[in-house]
Design a protein around this ligand. Structure first.
Ligand SMILES: [Mg+2]
Length: 381
């Protein structure tokens, strides 16, 4: 027990300690404190750019040679933030609607202090109820601006250690046996592969990969392609003998009960992708999935992705950070969060031939972060 005198002495010390600290930071703070109001006149540019794929990209649902992504540039107080939307047909998105939604939300940004980015997210969530990729473009640009206003990379602002980031996998899309072999050979520098399945030729696809690499870890993504739990079980049992690390979205997103049954019958992690967009979706997946694949385009940006990470951790679920076909804007933004997750699948920019930006790089699966502020990208559109 402290006497009253001891208590006063101790609290005096801490008050003094605090005031010393405060004055120390005040004396140096004038230099580091951003002289940025967050409320100056604002300029917003929006533009669609055609991103050309190096190879035709095929998954169980569809096939494409290019993607029309929508880029956003915001400028206020001399600071520029970049964002990107990768519209995905699975979620009813296209670049025209996405552009329309971003334009419709311009006033929220223009009338709000950008340092109140939490308020902006709430307002945008109410204003844009479809086209989550449009929300992502705004939120990425906003958080890029915030990082630059504080002159720090976002990973630093969030207290994350880049040395903790997992390696990224490299994706092999559905193709002919010859092309899958060729792509697997091209993927030689990448230590982990993510192979797209969910077809009637799954064994042929995996055998083609395994004919090139005997023991590289493989992750498998069925993209909802197996339509019954019996088919999924049979496929997974075979895949477990092929050195597969986990199975992503084996059945349609709506089949949560069937996925829970499947999980009880196999001893390999099952990760949700199409079944989870935002934090709101996580509680109902507990028990059916071992983990979730977070993508900025589904979550609607970095702020929601961070909330999903905290929520998934609270439920003891594994976390993967994935992507759509995106330029270095979307990929570098997502990479800022990788030190906080178990698996990374951020290769969208590696699959395109005309990336207008450069940012976080990948060397043999390892992210090479830079110390540029915000999302750490250079380039323009
Ligand atoms: Mg997936």
């Amino acid at each position: 027990m402290l006497t009253r005198k001891q208590f006063l002495r101790l609290s005096g010390t801490s008050i003094l300690g605090f005031s010393l600290f405060s004055s120390a930071s005040a004396s140096t703070g004038s230099k580091s404190k951003p002289k940025i109001s967050g409320t100056g006149p604002m300029k917003i540019d929006i533009k669609t750019k055609k991103l050309i794929l190096k190879h035709t990209w095929t998954i169980s649902r569809n096939s494409s040679n290019f993607k029309n992504n929508v880029f956003v540039r915001i400028e206020r107080d001399g600071i520029v933030g970049y964002g990107e939307a990768a519209p995905n047909v699975r979620y009813g998105e296209d670049y025209k609607k996405t552009t329309d939604r971003i334009k419709g939300a311009e006033n929220i940004l223009k009338k709000t202090d950008l340092f109140h980015y939490v308020d902006i997210k709430e307002a945008i969530d109410k204003h844009i109820t479809d086209q989550s990729c449009a929300k992502a473009a705004i939120d990425i640009a906003l958080m890029d601006w915030i990082g630059k206003a504080f002159n720090q990379p976002l990973y630093k602002l969030w207290g994350l250690n880049t040395a903790e980031a997992p390696l990224t996998s490299y994706s092999i899309g559905i193709d002919t046996v010859e092309m899958i072999k060729k792509k697997t050979r091209e993927a030689e520098p990448y230590p982990i592969l993510k192979v797209k399945v969910g077809t009637k030729r799954d064994k042929e696809i995996i055998n083609a990969v395994r004919s090139v690499t005997k023991d590289k870890p493989i992750r498998v993504d069925a993209n909802e392609g197996w339509k019954t739990k019996e088919v999924a079980l049979e496929n997974i049992k075979w895949l477990m003998d092929q050195g597969v690390e986990f199975i992503e979205q084996p059945m349609p997103a709506s089949m949560i009960e069937e996925t829970a049954w499947l999980r009880d019958h196999v001893d390999i992690p099952i990760i949700a992708d199409e079944a989870v967009k935002t934090a709101h979706d996580i509680p109902k997946l507990v028990g059916a999935y071992d983990g979730i694949n977070i993508k900025l385009m589904k979550s609607g940006g970095l702020q929601e992705a961070l909330r999903m990470i905290y929520m998934a951790k609270a439920y003891g679920m594994k976390i993967m950070l994935g992507c759509m076909i995106e330029s270095s804007v979307g990929i570098s933004a997502a990479a800022q969060l990788t030190p906080f997750v178990d698996y990374a699948d951020l290769d969208g920019n590696l699959l395109i031939a005309n990336d207008p930006f450069s940012g976080v790089k990948v060397d043999h699966g390892k992210f090479i972060f830079n110390d540029k502020p915000g999302i750490g990208v250079e380039g323009t559109f």
